[in-house]
Design a protein around this ligand. Structure first.
Ligand code: T3D
Length: 262
């Protein structure tokens, strides 16, 4: 049977490739579980120092597989709250709580929960031809997978509401201009550029990068006082790491630091 998520680990980069290209990598139950298992591995496996998430074929991810939601098959309406609680929400939380960088390479259309999965990642690169669509309004749903949270926080209410209510596609370059993603790159360059970035981060001071992620995420809800305290605590931890000692030593010895991620 074809794997719904392809997994490789090379030089500390765990690459997870959504792999249902004939359905634009939309989520069925198997792919949900496989993606979650990949992120869980990133949590527990010290050999993983960065994650790269991308998709096979011409799309990144078209959200939930609507073939599995066909009302014409009869029966009671599905409990979509249950599917969010069981599948999307745990994965989103795992990505946000992972103390390692998660890079997303959006290789093509990202629709519905597929778009919002990308926005949950730490650094998002997209092919210039890629577009982000809050497709939910077209089928009578609300944005999920953290979409209302990401869009409102990053873009503010006017743009968040317009994107969510119109389901108008947002092209990658405009998404970058609006600060929703890190950058849009030439289609042919996407995977190489995203892999190079993931490799760079995987060779970095993992503990410090994880703490940096935690700090920036906490800033959205912390007061300045709370944030200053958290920076103090995180810096204390970072200052005790072997990578900090190596970084300073390498600087003083005028050589490149060799971080071990501890
Ligand atoms: O249900 C729950 O558990 C709650 C959670 C919900 C989360 C959600 O994500 S809800 C939103 C679901 N997604 C959508 O509504 C998007 C549906 N797809 C589209 O609107 C379009 O496919 C795209 C705009 C993404 C791309 O359009 P286009 O013209 O480039 O491609 P296409 O021809 O529409 O799609 C190509 C194939 O992929 C096609 O199959 P076929 O006809 O060649 O056999 C199409 O049916 C299939 N496909 C695309 N998206 C989905 C899908 N099949 C199942 N589910 C999909 N979401």
């Amino acid at each position: 049977m074809t794997e719904t998520v392809l997994t490789t680990l090379v030089d500390g980069v765990l690459t997870l490739t959504l792999n249902r290209p004939e359905k634009l990598n939309s989520f069925n139950e198997e792919m949900h579980l496989a993606l979650r298992a990949g992120i869980e591995r990133a949590h527990s496996d010290a050999a993983v120092r960065a994650v790269l998430l991308t998709g096979s074929g011409r799309g990144f991810c078209a959200g939930q597989d609507l073939g599995d939601r066909d009302p014409r098959k009869g029966g009671p309406a599905p409990d979509l709250g249950h599917t969010l609680e069981t599948f999307y929400n745990p994965t989103l939380r795992l990505i946000r709580n992972l103390q390692k960088p998660v890079i997303c390479a959006v290789n093509g259309v990202a629709a519905g929960a597929g778009a919002n999965l990308a926005f949950a990642c730490d650094i998002v690169l997209a092919a210039k031809s890629a577009k982000f669509i809050q497709a939910f309004a077209k089928i009578g749903l609300v944005p999920d997978a953290g979409g209302t949270w990401s869009l409102a926080r990053i873009l503010g209410e006017p743009r968040a509401k317009a994107l969510a209510m119109t389901a108008e596609p947002l092209m990658a370059e405009k998404a970058a201009d609006w600060g929703l993603i890190w950058k849009a790159v030439e289609d042919e360059a996407l995977l190489a550029e995203a892999t190079a970035l993931a490799s760079q981060l995987a060779a970095g001071p993992t503990l410090g990068l994880g703490l940096t992620k935690q700090l920036i995420q906490a800033a959205a809800t912390n007061s300045l006082d709370e944030q200053l305290d958290l920076e103090r605590d995180c810096q204390r931890k970072a200052g005790r790491s072997r990578d900090y000692a190596e970084g300073v030593t390498a600087f003083l010895e005028k050589r490149k630091a060799e971080f071990i991620g501890e």
